[in-house]
Design a protein around this ligand. Structure first.
Ligand code: ADP
Ligand code: MG
Length: 324
């Protein structure tokens, strides 16, 4: 439904800053009806990609198709099938919910019974039914986000793009918003591509793409991604993280990694971890503040994938372009 083929985006050099490759030969496909989360540390190119996909920016090179239409040659066709929920609100806070929806309907040439039917159906996915006359500025953050969603749904998009839609929401509003999104996606067979850095949100999606420095590092189902780091891991907090890691490597031959203030041993299998934990405690008890066995979550996968070395062709492209 969405194909991204060899997409590269370079922000040109200015007098003050060098040229920067924000997206580097990115290839990725989202199938019809899939729910995909795009994640990656700050600066990995998510927003740049998002802006290109919703037609706000042209890439340096590469090809994108949405529902079979070429995004750059047939942008109007793409707009007909795509809905976008931006990170910063695109609703007018001084107007009521109903007024916002009416303006949006107008923009898309919806009126009369057709408008009302679409509006009411869109509202049925939200908790806004009894809030129509309320000014958006007086709604909670969660409900205000739902106005954005209702607006976009009125045009029946086949493909929905969302940029960090749950940022700033409390856990309950966040859950409500995502639940509605999942139900919608199933009921309408919609294709959803959403950027997020909250891994709890990615557990029940079809696939998760992890980007860093403009490149796609991993793209798979949450289950397959978790399998990358085995079924269990041992996590240690120590007085001297680097020191303990060095000794575990040297004395016990363990492939441990330091992540923040933790020493981690990934890729242990069910049953291996406990004897290992006991052995570590036996030898290093005075150095250990805490030690635990953990089942890897997507946040651990993210740490695992994004802390590996990046191939240098991203840099090569920069050099070629700037002629240095
Ligand atoms: P993310 O959304 O994943 O945080 P961005 O797409 O915003 O990443 O940024 C990717 C890279 O491109 C970063 O290194 C960022 O500094 C750079 N960048 C983003 N916008 C611009 C811009 N308008 N001009 C120059 N560089 C930019
Ligand atoms: Mg961003």
């Amino acid at each position: 439904m969405i194909t991204i083929d060899s997409l590269t985006h370079i922000y040109p050099a200015t007098r003050k800053v060098a040229a920067r490759t924000a997206i580097s030969a990115l290839t990725l496909a989202v199938k019809e009806g899939e729910f995909v989360i795009l994640s990656g540390p700050n600066g990995s190119g998510k927003s740049t990609l998002f802006r290109i996909l919703c037609g706000l920016a042209l890439p340096s090179s590469g090809r994108v198709t949405v529902a079979g239409f070429d995004l750059f040659a047939q942008p109007a066709k793409v707009r007909e099938v795509m809905g976008v929920v931006f990170q910063s609100p695109a609703v007018d806070k001084h107007l009521s919910v109903a007024e916002n929806l009416a303006i949006h309907g107008d923009l898309y040439g919806l009126s009369g019974p057709e408008f009302r039917a679409r509006r009411d159906e869109a509202l049925s996915w939200t908790d806004l039914a009894d809030r129509l006359d309320q000014q958006v500025a007086t709604l909670s953050g969660g409900l205000a986000r739902q106005v954005e969603l209702a607006k976009v749904l009125m045009t029946n998009p086949k493909v929905l793009l969302l940029d960090e839609p749950t940022t700033g929401l409390d856990p309950v509003s966040r859950r409500n918003f995502l639940d509605a999104l999942h139900r919608l996606q199933k009921a309408r067979g919609m294709t959803v591509l959403m950027t997020s850095h909250v891994f709890a949100e990615a557990d029940d999606v079809d696939r998760v793409a992890i980007m860093r420095e403009g490149q796609l590092l991993a793209y798979d189902s949450p289950q397959a991604l978790k399998a990358l780091i085995g079924t269990e891991m041992v996590v240690i907090q120590a007085k001297d993280t680097e020191g303990l890691a060095a000794r575990l490597r040297a004395d016990m031959g363990l492939a441990v990694r330091c992540i923040g203030d933790e020493v981690r041993l990934e890729e242990t299998e069910n049953g291996d971890s406990l004897p290992l934990l006991e052995k570590i405690l036996d030898r290093y008890r005075p150095d250990v503040l805490s030690i635990s066995i953990k089942q890897p979550g997507l946040d651990d996968v993210f740490v695992h994938v994004t802390s590996r070395a990046v191939p240098d062709h991203a840099l090569a492209i920069d050099l070629k372009r700037t002629g240095t």
